[in-house]
Design a protein around this ligand. Structure first.
Ligand code: PMP
Ligand code: GLN
Length: 384
């Protein structure tokens, strides 16, 4: 077996969801909403299954979806994308990431990764033969610094894999952070693979700023999105990739032998959904932000140290003030003894830099959050 895969642990999401299923715990670990997703979008998909075309769609994606993606990003993010040469549909952001990393990284190339990082990045970089160079982001603010970037970038840097808003820390990078990143990419002639799957899930009046729209980044960025996150339909696995034609040609070659296509009925429904009015997207954000506030206030009143959540479905607590030093052991106790599944954030650090941050998913019904809080009260009681 390829040792790269044979030696990998099962992803922390699967492990924690498995434990939640076995123990009947409330699952605030893996990021998926209680909400069934917008009815009209699901209805469109159902209609397309029953009455639509169910054979292989074109490799680059349905033209109606590619146009809808370009129009959506023009409207929301001011991007000017040519749907026929700069937009491709993939089977989830995961496939988009795999295609971009495998397509752009050659053996021996250095790849800058920001930890904590989504767990798919590092195995894919290793599979491509890339050499990871880590920038370690630290709680509570997880900001970029010039010194850290200067240590990670070198003349061998080919690609940077960036994630904004950042899962798991729920950070939305500031315009200054983004300008710093773009400056390093330009100086070192690096391509940014920018995982922006959480672009619509930003709170407190924030607007998402795509890396592709930053000065000098138009020709050196791969923008990745996911309908799963935009519509609270995480199982749908319809991803989007946007890049200048020269890069897109390579991404398309990788895509043709990874997934080749994506279910056409889901593509039809996503094309419809992306054209919905602003109130729909603002409403989704407002609902999630209410859930964030409810859960965050509840945790704070129990005495947990809650870190800021500026976007994503997640919020984190720092368990160091509870005298805890091992987030994995803490999460195991949480699920086995208290009936709540969460995610130890150390799973997203490659070098063991941070071990006292725990992630919760708040994209849940009020009853689920309240029941979770009731159980978590027992944790503080036990620590005292
Ligand atoms: N990147 C990040 C940062 C994510 O959080 C996720 C899923 N939660 C993905 C990629 C994968 O997205 P998809 O389900 O569309 O493959
Ligand atoms: N992205 C989701 C999360 O962060 C989970 C994705 C997965 O299960 N691979 O929880």
């Amino acid at each position: 077996m390829n040792p790269l895969f044979a030696n990998l642990p099962t992803t922390v999401f699967e492990v924690m969801s498995g434990l939640a299923r076995e123990t009947g715990a409330i699952n605030l670990g893996q990021g998926f909403p209680d909400d069934p997703g917008p009815l009209d979008v699901r209805q469109k998909a159902a209609d397309a299954v029953l009455n639509g075309y169910n054979q292989y769609p074109s490799m680059m994606g349905l033209p109606e979806l590619r146009s809808a993606i370009a129009a959506h990003y023009r409207h929301w993010q001011g991007l000017d994308l040519d749907a026929s040469t700069e937009v491709m549909v993939t089977s989830g952001a995961t496939e988009a990431l795999a295609g971009a990393i495998l397509g752009l990284v050659e053996p021996g190339d250095e790849v800058v990764l920001f930890e904590p990082m989504y767990d798919a990045y590092l195995p894919l970089v290793r599979l491509a033969g890339g050499i990871p160079r880590f920038v370690t982001l630290e709680p509570p603010h997880f900001r970029l610094t010039e010194e850290a970037l200067a240590r990670a970038f070198s003349p061998k840097t080919k690609v940077v894999v960036f994630n904004n808003p950042l899962n798991p820390t729920a950070t939305v990078f500031s315009p200054d952070d983004l300008a710093l990143l773009a400056d390093f990419c330009r100086r070192f002639d690096a391509i940014a693979i920018s995982d922006e799957v959480w672009e619509h899930v930003v709170f407190d009046g924030r607007r998402h700023q795509p890396v592709l729209g930053l000065e000098g980044m138009r020709e050196r960025s791969v923008k990745i999105g996911s309908a799963g996150k935009i519509f609270n339909l995480t199982g749908w696995k319809v991803g989007f990739v946007c890049a200048a034609p020269e890069i897109m040609r390579v991404l398309a070659k990788a895509h043709q032998f990874l997934a080749f296509t994506t279910p056409p009925n889901l593509q039809t429904a996503v094309a419809y959904g992306l054209g919905k009015d602003d109130a729909f997207f603002d409403g989704l954000r407002a609902d999630l932000s209410r859930s964030r506030d409810r859960f965050s206030t509840g945790l704070e009143s129990l005495g947990f140290a809650v870190l800021p959540s500026q976007g994503t479905y997640f919020l984190n607590i720092d368990i160091a003030p509870l005298g805890e030093t091992d987030d994995v052991a803490f999460c195991r106790r949480l699920v086995m003894d208290h009936g709540v599944a969460a995610i130890p954030v150390s799973a997203f650090y490659a070098q063991g830099a941070v071990k006292t941050v725990v992630r919760f998913c708040f994209a849940k019904k009020d009853e689920t959050l309240d029941a979770g809080l009731e159980r978590l009260a027992g944790v503080i009681g036990a620590a005292r």
